[in-house]
Design a binder for this molecule. Structure first.
Ligand code: FUC
Length: 756
C-alpha cells in the first residue's frame, strides 16, 4: 500500500511538473533586444530582464516617473538600468524563463564547472524588486554592479548601496536605491559602483519612486521618496529571501490562480520563441494561445495594482525617452482595452487604478479653463483623446464620449461583482453626471431622434479638406450623429438606468433618461448592408481603417447581439468582413472580441492567427508596431469572450428578440423587476480548440463559471453564484433558468440538466 501511495505521489508530482510548463515563457539564449527581455512588475515598479549569463541587464521603470503636468502632456519616462558584470567563463546549458504562476524570472546556466541560478521578482507586498544570484559552490560571485539613470541623476555609492537621485524638468523629484546583500565574500563601494568579491550568493534589492501624489487636490505632489524607499529596503533587508519570495508568490497567486485555461499540452522541449515562430508559420499550438491568454492576466497583475496608476500604453515597461504616443492613456480605445480582461478574468482588484484615475480626471476636467473641452452648463466632464496621469493632454482630438466610455468600467465593476456599496459611492454619481452632460448636449435629429451634435469617428473622420468633408485619417471636424457617439451614449444611458434601478433611486430622472434613450438615433444599415459609421450612408466597402468605432455597440457595448438584434448583428458582420482581418495589434485584438460576440469562433480564431503572425514579439508582447500592450489585454478578453459571455437580459429593455422573449416567459422571467443575466456557455468555440477546460471566468450578475468540453462540445459546467442572482444559462439551443442561493454552485451536464 505504502509503495502504491509512493508511486501515486510520484505520478502526481511528475504530472504537476508537466503541468507547470504551459505557464512558462522560456528561451535558450539571453535577450539581445529590449522586446526580447522579460517583464516583471508589482503594479508600479517594473523590470525588463535581459538575462545575460555573466552580463546581466535589468532595465527598470516606476509608473509615476512622468514629464508633463495637469495641462501639458509630457511622456512616461524610463528610470534606469541595473547592470551586473560577473567574472565568469562562457555559459553552458543556458536557460531563462518567466514562470507566470509564480511571477518569477529565472536564469540558470553552468560556467567554470559551477551551476549558477538567478531569480527575480517584483513584490507588491514588500514594494521592492528582488534579484538573487546563487551558485552550487561557495565564493563564486565576483564582479561589478552598477546602477544607471536616464535623466542625469547624481549617482553615488554608500557602503553596499547605490543611490541615484534627481529631478525631471517638470520638477518631479525621484530616487532609486539598489542595496546589495552578500552571503560570504565582500561588497565594497568603488566610485559609483559596487564591487563584489568571492560571495557565495548575492541578493539585490531595488526600490524606486518619485514625489508624485496621485491626487489632484494635492496638485500631484507629495513627499520626496527618499525616506519611503529607505524604509522599504530596510524592512526587506531584514527578511530572508525565502520570506520575501513566499510572500510575493502567495500574493501573486491569490489573483493569478483564479482562472485556469487548458487548451492542449505544451511541448516540453521547445522554447517559446521557436513555438512562436512555428505559430507564425501557421502551425497549430492551442497551448501557446492559452499561454498568451494567461500572459495578459500576468501583465495586468504586474502593471495595475490598487493604489497605483492605471496601466499605460506600455503597461509600466518603457525604455524610451520619447515613447510612442507618450506611452500615455489614449481613451478612444486603447486605455479601455487594457481593462477588458479585468472583470472577465477574475482581476477585479487590478481594475481599481482605472477607477481612481477616472475620479481624478473628473476633478481636473470639471475645473478646466480650456474652452475646447469646457462643458456649457457645468455638468459632467470630458477631455481629449490622449491624456497623462494628471490630465495633461496632447490637445489632439477633442473626444467628448471618452468619459461615457470610461464610466462604463465603473458600471462593469458593479455588474460583475454586484458590489452595491461601490455602485452607490463611486459608480452611480459618476454615471449620473455624465448622463447629465449628454442631456445638456443632445440635439434634435432627423425624424424626432436625438443626436450628438459634434461627434467624430475616432481618427477616421470626417475631416475638412479644402472646404470639403472627407472620410480619412486625421483630427476631428465636428459632425453630428456619429455612430460611435450615439452608441456610447446609448450604453451610458442603459448602464445608468440599471444602476438607478438597482439602488432604487431617482425614479423620475430614470424615466427621463429612459425616454431620451428611446429617442436616440440608433444603428443604421447602409446601402451595401453594412452598419453605418456615420449618420449618412457614406461608408466605403474598400476601407480597411484600423478603428472600427461604430461597432462599439457590439463590443464592448451591448446594444447589438445576434440574440437580440439579429439584423444589426448581420450588418456588423458585413462591416467586419469589409474591414478585413489584418490591422494593427490592438485592432486585431478588438476584432477577436467582435467575432466572439457574433458567435463565430472560427473567424475569431482566424484573427488570432493573424495576431500571432505579425503582432506578437518574441517576449509575447503585442506590437502595434511598435510595442503596445493593449493588444495583449484585448486578446485575453477576446479569448474569454469566446468561452463565456454574459449580459443582463432584462425584458423591460425591449432588447430581446422574439424567440428569447418566448423562452424568457416560458421560464417565467418576463415581468420580473430584477435583472436577469444570460450566461452563454461556449458561444464561440473554434474547431481549433476541440478539447479543453476553463475555470474561474466571471460573468455579470456575480457568477463564476467552470466549463469543460470535448470534441468541440460542452461536457460539464459549474455555475457558482455569489449573490443569488437569477440567471438563464444558454448552451447551443438549450436554455435553463437557475435560482441559486448566494454562495452556492450548480453542476450541469451537456444538456444543462443538473449533473448527477
Ligand atoms: C490611437 C490609434 C493608434 C495608436 C494610438 C496609441 O491613436 O489610432 O493606432 O494605437 O492610439
Amino acid at each position: 500500500m505504502k509503495k502504491f501511495i509512493a508511486i501515486l505521489m510520484g505520478l502526481v508530482i511528475s504530472m504537476a511538473a508537466q503541468a507547470a510548463e504551459p505557464l512558462t515563457l522560456w528561451y535558450r539564449q539571453p535577450a539581445q533586444k529590449w522586446v526580447e527581455a522579460l517583464p516583471v512588475g508589482n503594479g508600479s515598479l517594473g523590470g525588463m530582464i535581459f538575462g545575460g549569463a555573466a552580463s546581466e541587464r535589468m532595465q527598470f521603470n516606476e509608473q509615476t516617473l512622468w514629464l508633463g503636468n495637469e495641462t501639458e502632456m509630457g511622456s512616461y519616462q524610463p528610470f534606469g538600468d541595473v547592470f551586473i558584470e560577473w567574472r565568469q567563463g562562457a555559459p553552458e546549458a543556458y536557460r531563462r524563463a518567466l514562470d507566470l504562476r509564480e511571477a518569477m524570472h529565472r536564469v540558470s546556466y553552468r560556467a567554470d564547472g559551477v551551476q549558477f541560478t538567478r531569480e527575480t521578482f517584483s513584490s507588491y507586498p514588500d514594494q521592492v524588486l528582488v534579484m538573487r544570484c546563487t551558485a552550487d559552490q561557495p565564493g563564486r560571485h565576483s564582479g561589478v554592479i552598477r546602477l544607471t539613470d536616464m535623466h542625469k541623476a547624481k549617482i553615488y555609492a554608500e557602503g553596499n548601496k547605490l543611490i541615484a537621485t534627481g529631478a525631471l524638468t517638470n520638477g518631479l523629484a525621484y530616487e532609486a536605491q539598489l542595496w546589495v546583500l552578500n552571503e560570504g565574500g565582500t561588497v565594497a563601494a568603488a566610485g559609483s559602483t559596487l564591487t563584489v568579491s568571492k560571495a557565495d550568493s548575492v541578493t539585490l534589492l531595488l526600490a524606486a519612486g518619485t514625489a508624485f501624489a496621485n491626487d489632484p487636490l494635492k496638485h500631484w505632489r507629495g513627499e520626496p521618496s527618499h525616506a519611503r524607499l529607505t524604509q522599504r529596503l530596510t524592512a526587506a533587508a531584514g527578511k530572508t529571501f525565502a520570506q520575501l519570495r513566499d510572500t510575493h508568490v502567495g500574493d501573486h497567486q491569490k489573483l493569478f490562480s483564479r482562472v485556469q485555461l487548458e487548451l492542449g499540452a505544451a511541448p516540453a522541449t521547445v522554447p517559446t520563441d521557436k513555438r512562436l515562430a512555428a505559430r507564425k508559420e501557421g502551425q497549430g499550438d492551442p497551448a501557446l494561445e492559452a499561454l498568451l491568454f494567461q500572459y495578459g492576466r500576468y501583465l495586468l497583475i504586474a502593471s495595475s495594482r490598487p493604489g497605483g496608476l492605471p496601466a499605460n500604453l506600455q503597461g509600466i515597461w518603457n525604455a524610451d525617452l520619447k515613447p510612442a504616443w507618450y506611452s500615455g492613456y489614449t481613451c478612444n480605445i486603447n486605455l479601455e482595452m487594457n481593462y477588458w480582461p479585468a472583470e472577465l478574468t477574475g482581476l477585479s482588484e487590478c481594475h481599481e487604478p482605472l477607477f481612481q484615475w477616472i475620479q481624478n480626471m473628473a476633478v481636473v476636467y470639471k475645473r478646466t479653463q480650456d474652452e475646447r473641452v469646457k462643458t456649457s452648463k457645468g455638468r459632467g466632464w470630458s477631455n481629449y483623446s490622449t491624456t497623462n496621469p494628471m490630465g495633461g493632454t496632447s490637445r489632439w482630438g477633442v473626444h467628448r464620449p471618452n468619459s461615457a466610455w470610461l464610466v462604463q468600467h465603473l458600471w462593469l465593476r458593479y455588474a460583475f461583482t454586484q458590489d452595491k456599496d461601490f455602485l452607490r459611492r463611486v459608480a452611480y454619481p459618476a454615471l449620473k453626471e455624465i448622463v447629465e452632460f449628454w442631456e445638456d448636449r443632445l440635439v434634435a435629429g432627423p425624424g424626432g431622434t436625438l443626436i450628438t451634435p459634434d461627434g467624430w469617428s475616432p481618427e477616421h473622420g470626417p475631416v475638412m479638406v479644402n472646404g470639403k468633408l472627407v472620410i480619412k485619417e486625421g483630427d476631428r471636424t465636428p459632425h453630428p450623429g456619429t455612430s460611435y457617439d450615439q452608441q456610447i451614449v446609448w450604453d451610458l444611458f442603459s448602464n445608468y438606468l440599471e444602476a438607478s434601478e438597482a439602488l432604487g433611486v431617482d425614479a423620475d430622472y430614470r424615466a427621463r433618461v429612459a425616454a431620451m434613450r428611446s429617442k436616440l438615433l440608433g444603428p443604421k444599415i447602409g446601402r451595401w448592408g453594412q452598419l453605418q459609421e456615420w449618420m449618412e450612408d457614406v461608408d466605403d466597402p474598400n476601407d480597411h481603417h484600423r478603428h472600427t468605432s461604430h461597432l462599439f455597440a457590439l463590443h464592448p457595448g451591448r446594444q447589438i447581439s445576434p440574440l437580440t438584434t439579429p439584423e444589426w448583428a448581420a450588418a456588423a458582420r458585413v462591416t467586419l468582413n469589409a474591414r478585413g482581418d489584418k490591422a494593427t495589434g490592438w485592432s486585431k485584438a478588438w476584432k477577436i472580441n467582435f467575432w466572439a460576440r457574433l458567435h463565430d469562433g472560427d473567424r475569431a480564431h482566424k484573427v488570432i492567427g493573424e495576431l500571432f503572425k505579425v503582432s506578437i514579439l518574441d517576449n509575447l508582447f503585442d506590437t502595434h508596431p511598435p510595442f503596445q500592450m493593449d493588444g495583449n489585454w484585448g486578446y485575453t478578453s477576446g479569448v474569454a469572450e469566446m468561452l463565456l459571455q454574459s449580459q443582463n437580459l432584462k425584458p423591460e429593455t425591449g432588447n430581446l428578440k422574439p424567440e428569447m422573449e418566448k423562452q424568457a416567459s416560458a421560464t417565467q422571467v418576463s415581468g420580473f423587476k430584477a435583472p436577469v443575466y444570460l450566461l452563454h456557455l461556449l458561444p464561440a468555440l473554434p474547431a481549433a480548440w476541440p478539447v479543453g477546460s476553463v475555470s474561474g471566468l466571471r460573468a455579470r450578475g456575480g457568477f463564476t463559471v467552470d466549463l469543460a468540453w470535448r470534441d468541440g462540445k460542452l461536457t460539464a459546467a459549474t455555475i457558482h453564484s455569489t449573490h443569488g442572482t437569477r440567471c438563464l444559462v444558454r448552451y447551443g439551443q438549450h436554455t435553463t433558468q437557475l435560482d441559486l442561493p448566494p454562495g452556492s454552485a450548480r453542476q450541469l451536464d451537456a444538456g444543462l440538466q443538473p449533473a448527477r
